[in-house]
Write a protein that binds this ligand. Structure first.
Ligand code: SP5
Ligand code: ZN
Length: 350
């Protein structure tokens, strides 16, 4: 399996995040990708393919240009105002306030373009996120050129970012940018399967009224789990997109049996859609040892996940999302990809 690695990921390196009124050590840190890289280098997977710059246009197919400009300049604005270290929002346009007028105030724009105070924005956030999207687009090129699969190793992750907001450690929605690019390259039906512990609210919202990109997600129930305000089972798409969104919320603490029961149902739905491309938003924060999540998958389950995905016999792009048990991320990601690879090798080409 070819791998595209965003070497600039470490330019986004937050020290702290807000949690219960305190600044605590950040969970989404460069070591996450470093550990995955080490595990991949020690494996049979590869080769590594260099990132190709596809420019800003594919990002603007999903994200509002004004939002992208804001992210690009936000940290410099924060410093100019006397902000220290990483930038955090403090005020949001909640119900009854207007979000259709972009204020001049930096603090106000920070709130306009964000969904939480737990996603620090640093000097290198734009560079890391921009090149992450480019890495994902490069991985897409490989699959469009006939590769059975590809893996994009990047951070920060993307699935919580909406068309015009960041949050949940995410700034550019790599899965959405890549799915849209596949559509623009002529693929008619694209499926995005999100197996991160957290619901991919950004990806869902971007494609909610569309029938050409089917979003499916298995995640912690938003009644108790981040991102709280989206990800319920009754969200099935709207308008032309009715029936092309599927959520499988599971209670925090769900068993592996429950997880795979939901996963297999999602795969049946996905298969019936007959997509020409599968994008997997691969968060491994479903791991039992994850410090901020509450499912119980471990190495055998991650391998089984990869094997089941290969059995769909679809061109498949794996895209790194969450996973915060830093020392175990490499092992867990490798289990998915190696599980996929061993199964895919026994199959005829797609
Ligand atoms: C991509 C992704 O996985 N984003 C997850 C965002 C989760 N944000 C909420 C984090 C809450 C941190 N809880 C700290 C628990 C300390 N014991
Ligand atoms: Zn997550």
């Amino acid at each position: 399996m070819k791998i595209v690695y965003n070497e600039r990921h470490a330019q986004h390196a937050a020290q702290k995040e807000f949690f219960r009124g305190q600044l605590v050590d950040a969970f989404e840190i460069p070591a996450r990708a470093d550990f995955v890289l080490q595990a991949l280098q020690a494996s049979e997977l590869g080769p590594f393919v260099p990132v190709v710059d596809h420019g800003r246009v594919p990002l603007e197919r999903v994200h509002a240009p004004a939002y992208l400009r804001f992210i690009e300049g936000a940290h410099a604005e924060w410093l100019a105002l006397g902000g220290q270290g990483e930038a955090f929002p403090a005020v949001w346009p909640i119900r009854s306030l207007r979000s259709d007028v972009e204020p001049k105030s930096f603090a106000a724009r920070m709130g306009l373009y964000s969904m939480d105070s737990g996603s620090p924005l640093t000097a290198g956030t734009w560079a890391a996120a921009y090149w992450g999207a480019q890495a994902s687009l490069t991985a897409l090129d490989l699959v469009l050129a006939g590769e059975r699969s590809a893996y994009c190793l990047t951070r920060p992750p993307g699935h919580h970012a909406g068309a015009d907001f960041f949050g949940g450690y995410c700034f550019i929605n790599n899965a959405a940018v890549t799915a849209q690019a596949a559509r623009d390259a002529g693929r008619q039906r694209v499926a995005i399967l999100d197996v991160d512990y957290h619901h991919g609210n950004g990806t869902q919202a971007i494609f909610y009224e569309r029938a050409d990109v089917f979003f499916l997600s298995i995640h912690g129930d938003p009644q108790t789990e981040y991102p709280f305000f989206l990800g319920h089972a009754d969200e099935r798409g709207a308008g032309a997109g009715e029936g092309f969104n599927a959520n499988y919320p599971l209670p925090a603490g769900a068993s592996n049996e429950q997880w795979f029961e939901a996963f297999e149902k999602a795969l049946v739905q996905l298969n019936a859609f007959a997509p020409e491309l599968l994008i997997v938003s691969l968060g491994v924060d479903t791991y039992g040892g994850d410090p901020i999540s509450h499912f119980r998958l471990d190495e055998p389950e991650f391998r089984r996940m990869g094997q089941s995905l290969a059995s769909l016999q679809l061109p498949t792009l794996f895209l790194q999302e969450g996973g915060y048990a830093t020392a175990a991320i490499g092992r867990n990601v490798l289990a998915v990809l190696a599980g996929f690879e061993t199964t895919a090798q026994g199959q005829p080409g797609v």
